[in-house]
Ligand binder design. Sequence first.
Ligand code: IMP
Length: 196
Amino acid sequence: MELVFATHNPNKIKEVRLLLPAHIRLHTLESLGCYTDIPETGATLEENARLKADYVAGRYGLPCFADDTGLLVNALHGAPGVHSARYAGGQKSAGDNMDKLLRELENTHDREARFETVIALVQDGDTRFFKGEVRGTITREKSGQGGFGYDPVFMPDGYDRTFAALPLEVKNRISHRARALQELIAYLQGPGAGGA
Ligand code: IMP
């Protein structure tokens, strides 16, 4: 089957390509020539994921999925959450976002946090949601060269290194997005999928 992943993020495309079964032909916004910055104006991860998937499915007439992710920090009552990308401002700088987070938590012992991903799949006019989360802690400083976004300051439970310091295969087994994607893949391979 053909499927579009509505993202401009090459790191996410790399992660997803490693996980999707071979019979699914993956298109990306780049391979479709779509350079629009689709607005993420929703109040929830679900709304944002749906906005992106709807836009692309409508424009290209192909089944499409999009993800939206938030980092929810316990001591900050769930912030930055749906605002994770713009936590330190509209320039969406990963470095600035992490610096702000480390500053906010400077005197805080509670370092618990979790990533949540929602994937919206739009297919034949129908929308379905798939969710994944991973729990962990926010480190006191950045470490690791891999990954993207908040990876250098997020250490998943059960590991002694950040996502940015762990091999991509490990992140891809346990991450929020990997888990949401496993749900999506199970659905696409299951009896109710229609066209898979
Ligand atoms: P979005 O889902 O791409 O809009 O991501 C929202 C925010 O979460 C951005 O700041 C991303 O960099 C960050 N983010 C998304 N996925 C990950 C991840 O796997 N690791 C670290 N940060 C992420």
